[in-house]
Every structure is written in C-alpha cells, then in structure tokens.
Ligand binder design. Structure first.
Ligand SMILES: Nc1ncnc2c1ncn2[C@@H]1O[C@H](COP(=O)(O)OP(=O)(O)OP(=O)(O)O)[C@@H](O)[C@H]1O
Length: 256
C-alpha cells in the first residue's frame, strides 16, 4: 500500500491524531458540530457525556465506520477521513464495540488471529504465531486459547474482542463502553488490564465510558461531549469539578 503524503501543515509531534472542525450530520441533526481536539501520543483519553451527545458517532468517524460531513481528521500526519476502516486499521487505528463483535463458531485463538490478519499491511511483522501468543498472554486468555467462544461469558468475550484489536498492532484503540454490563469486581479487573496494557505497550487509548469513576481512574484527560460539541477537555480532577459538567452530565449519573 502506498502511504499518502504527510499533511505537514497540521502535524504536531505530540499529537497522534487531530480532529479539525469536524461535522457529522444525520439529516437536520448535528451529531457532531464543529469538533476540534488532539489525541496526544501515549495518553489515555476518556470520553463521556449525556446520552445522544455524539460519543459513538465520534468513535465511528475516527475509525472509518462513518464518513464525516466536513472538516478533517489527521493521523500521524496523514489525512485519514476519506479512508475505509481497513486502511485506517492497517495504519494503526483499532476499535472495540460495546457489544462484543466476535465469531462464536471459532476458537479464542482463531478470533485473535483474524485481528492479526486484518491489521497486516505496511506494518506486517515476522512471527505471526508468537505475536498472537503474546496478545493472548497479556489479555489473560492463554489458558483458554483453543476453547470455542460459544460458552464464553461477557467479560471473556470483551477480552477476546480487545485481544483481536491488539493483534492488529494498533497505535491507538478506540474503546466504546468497554465496562458496560460488567459488575464492580469485573470493572476493577478491566481497569487493571487497561493500565497494564497502557504501561506495557506503546499504546494510546480513547475510552468512551459512562462509568465515570473508572474512567477518571484510568484517564490522563477527559473530553465531555454535549449535543455534538466539545464542552471541555481537561484532567479528570478539573472535569469532575466543572460546574457545567456537573449540571449537564454528572448530576444525572450514578457516581456510587
Ligand atoms: N445512523 C444514524 N442515523 C440517524 N441518527 C443517528 C445515527 N447515529 C446516531 N444518530 C443520532 O446522533 C446523535 C448522537 O448519537 P450517538 O449514538 O453518537 O450518541 P452517544 O453519545 O453515543 O449516545 P449513548 O450514550 O446513548 O450511546 C443522537 O441524536 C442519535 O440519535
């Protein structure tokens, strides 16, 4: 695959990905309305906001599931907003979904191998099997690698989807509500897992999550979307103390 020419005008070494005046409309509805922000290399960026604020749409336009209406998205100096999902994936942009997208008729290892195949491209590496084994190890799936996925519970399905995303050798993973449906102990174990992944790998994580305490524990910054616009983007401490954020979002959340 030929790499597109770098967009030097918008390149910034600290910025892995930049959104510039991005709009996404559905008919008259502005799901994303003039959204501009940068994702910093190596950060965990939390994304939160009320229902319908545009969080999933943001994931979709960054990863290629939806085109933008106007604006631009730059990743590692390259315009990516017109690229299909598989090309963005090969450049290092991966995602996971709120409801696990995995193949139940396949084994855990086969699901992860599909991710590795999908992520191949200009960054293809040598030892496929070792890479898959390493991903299974770091996601805690080694001891069930050859088991069929059929009987897996929700948290295991989420681990398999995460492992498949990691197998693509991403630079950034967009995670859409990774803690949804998990109980308190499972949330704690996922927070630990994300911390371990973030520390062990050269990874940037963008996490959409309603479980705001877990999100604050993980993130260096939190972006709050409201009616398709960026209300604020700052440290968890500042965002959680922001009166506008409390009024439009946190006041309606269960913070227990
Ligand atoms: N394919 C679509 N067609 C029409 N409208 C859509 C489509 N996808 C999203 N929307 C609308 O865009 C707005 C933003 O939706 P989105 O799913 O991005 O919000 P969200 O912040 O992820 O919400 P939630 O927290 O409930 O998941 C909503 O008003 C939604 O109804």
């Amino acid at each position: 695959m030929n790499k597109p020419a770098p967009n030097t005008a918008t390149r910034h070494d600290d910025h892995l990905m930049s959104l510039d005046r991005v709009h996404r409309t559905f008919g008259a509805l502005r799901a994303l309305d003039d959204v501009s922000f940068d994702i910093r290399r190596g950060e965990v960026l939390g994304v939160a906001g009320p229902n319908g604020a545009g969080k999933t749409t943001l994931m979709n336009i960054c990863t290629g599931a939806l085109p933008i209406t106007s604006g631009q998205i730059v990743f590692e100096g390259h315009r990516v907003d017109r690229m299909p999902p598989y090309r963005r994936c090969q450049m290092g942009i991966a995602r996971t979904f709120q409801i696990p997208h995995i193949f139940s008729s396949m084994s855990v290892r086969e699901n992860v191998a599909l991710g590795a195949d999908f992520g191949q491209g200009p960054r293809a590496h040598g030892d496929h099997d070792t890479h898959i084994s390493n991903v299974l190890e770091i996601t805690g799936l080694s001891n069930q690698a050859n088991a069929p996925v059929t009987a897996a519970n929700l948290i295991t399905r989420k681990r398999i989807m995460l492992a498949a995303a990691l197998a693509t050798r991403p630079r950034v993973i967009f995670l859409d509500e990774p803690m949804a449906g998990l109980n308190h102990d499972e949330v704690e174990s996922f927070v630990e897992l994300f911390r371990d992944l973030h520390n062990a790998l050269d990874l940037t994580l963008v996490i959409v999550e309603h479980k705001i305490r877990a999100l604050a524990a993980l993130s260096q910054r939190i972006l709050i979307l409201n009616f398709g616009s960026v209300l604020t983007i700052d440290t968890p401490e500042k965002v959680l103390a922001d009166k506008a954020v409390i009024d439009i979002y946190l006041g309606t959340q269960n913070l227990a």
